[in-house]
Design a protein around this ligand. Structure first.
Ligand SMILES: [Zn+2]
Length: 466
């Protein structure tokens, strides 16, 4: 079965290939830099990262655009309250977002574009919509007339035909019950930043920025548009109305949405005050790779219930894989090949790939890897793992890590984690007990390379980092 994704637009799983050539043209909605990203936001960005990596694994090239929303209602409010300019205020949170992304090893999209650098493209798009009769003005603001777009509601699968025409909503974020004509260009209020334009002075609404930047860089029809599930309405519904209202062509062929992250079984939300940031979790001592693993391990269309124990379980899973990799690289195995294990490695690779092809079913892909690791560890203990089995096992780990990217410890964590150091020390003690001093020395050297010093005492081995 080929690569396939669940498409929110058609509500079906569909085989995926780019429209033209080998390049996937993709737009995903970026952060609004009014505050720190919470761990639920970062789940969506991790999903996008896994999507990018899997598309490339399958041989595609990427032209991926992600915006940084650096002007909207909340940012303006916060910047005014802090007595800062828009640019000063958003620079700090843009940097915080990029730091979080780097800690989680999220690849940079080919283009990361701040909204305020694309005001011209937005003005042009609004002027085009005005020409086509899709807009009207009121008190210096310009609104999109949703009655002008017959298919309004097709993404969220909602019938909006009964709503009263001509009523307006000025805020960027609202729910279905509030579906009304929405602002494309907002007249400046006293003290607020604004841009001079052919539309008059003002600033863009949130929705128009994504339509404008997506089409500016990627053309009228994208292969993939993605984001969090909370963006389906109104944000993506409005993006479709604006873009297709202008071009008359499909705006995006595939719409992919990541489900919510639930914090101890409650939806995380800044407005509800129950949210945690990556910094909060890292402050508890977990390595960032464990959090990356945790966010990636639940398939993106399933809710992820984040509990106090989740990071620990993820850290343990990562540790198991690292220990397995270490065994492969350091233990000496008898010559030859166990044929059944070679076959199991091949099956694991296939099952891993089939899982990922199936709408990025990361749980299935991980199950394939862990099952193999369990069998191989058992075979190693029984002396049934042979030297020719090493390369295919390492190949499986390499394929896994091209997507999940958790095997290399962060520099911050000082190389090996404490658990990995302890495991090696225990293994060294066993080697010494069976008078395998070559292996014991090898482990001592390996730890020294990682900056870990051992001290043997009559009470056992102590260790420290230097
Ligand atoms: Zn967007």
């Amino acid at each position: 079965m080929p690569l396939r994704f669940y498409n929110t637009l058609t509500q079906r799983v569909e085989g995926f290939a780019p429209l033209t050539g080998n390049t996937v043209r993709m737009y995903t909605c970026g952060p609004t830099v009014w505050n720190f990203a919470h761990i639920g936001n970062l789940r969506t960005f991790t999903f996008v990262d896994i999507l990018r990596r899997w598309l490339r694994y399958r041989g595609y090239q990427l032209d991926h655009v992600m915006n940084i929303t650096d002007v909207d209602d909340r940012i303006i409010q916060q910047a005014l309250a802090a007595g800062q300019s828009l640019g000063e205020y958003t620079a700090a949170y843009t940097k915080a977002f990029l730091d979080d992304a780097a800690l989680l090893r999220l690849e940079r999209p080919e283009r990361l574009t701040p909204a305020t650098e694309h005001i011209d493209a937005m003005v042009k798009l609004i002027a085009g919509l005005r020409q086509r009769g899709c807009t009207y003005e009121s008190e210096g603001s310009i609104y999109f007339r949703i009655a002008s777009f017959r298919e309004y509601g097709k993404l969220s699968h909602t019938d909006f035909s009964g709503i009263r025409a001509g009523t307006r909503v000025d805020t960027d974020r609202y729910d279905k019950a509030d579906a009304r004509d929405f602002a494309l260009w907002k007249a400046p209020k006293p003290g607020e930043p604004f841009w001079e334009s052919e539309l008059g002075p003002g600033r863009p609404g949130w929705h128009i920025e994504c339509s404008a930047m997506a089409m500016h860089y990627l053309g009228d029809t994208l292969d993939i548009h993605g984001g969090g599930i909370d963006l389906v309405f109104p944000h993506h519904e409005n993006e479709i109305a604006q873009s297709e209202g202008l071009t008359g062509k499909p705006f995006a062929r595939f719409w992919l949405h990541a489900e919510h992250l639930i914090l101890e079984s409650q939806t995380m939300s800044k407005s509800l005050g129950n949210f945690i940031t990556l910094r909060d979790v890292l402050a508890q001592g977990y390595p960032p790779e464990a959090i990356r693993y945790l966010l990636a391990s639940v398939p993106y269309r399933k809710r992820l219930n984040f509990t106090a124990d989740s990071p620990k379980a993820a850290a343990t899973a990562v540790e198991r894989l690292r220990n397995f990799e270490l065994r492969l690289k350091t233990e000496k195995f008898p010559a030859g090949e166990s044929e059944w294990l070679a076959a199991r490695a091949e099956q694991a690779r296939q099952r891993f790939e089939e899982g990922m092809d199936d709408d990025l079913n990361t749980a299935e892909a991980l199950a394939a890897v862990f099952e193999f690791v369990r069998e191989a560890n058992t075979a190693m203990d029984a002396g049934d793992f042979r030297s020719a089995n090493v390369a295919p096992a390492l190949d499986l780990l390499e394929r896994f890590d091209r997507i999940f990217d958790v095997l290399r410890p962060s520099e911050r964590a000082g190389g090996l984690s404490d658990a990995a150091v302890e495991a090696l020390i225990a293994e060294r003690a066993q080697a010494r007990a069976r008078r395998d001093f070559a292996r014991a020395d090898q482990i001592r050297k390996q730890l020294a390379e990682q900056g870990v010093i051992l001290e043997d005492t009559k009470d056992g081995t102590r260790w420290k980092r230097h």
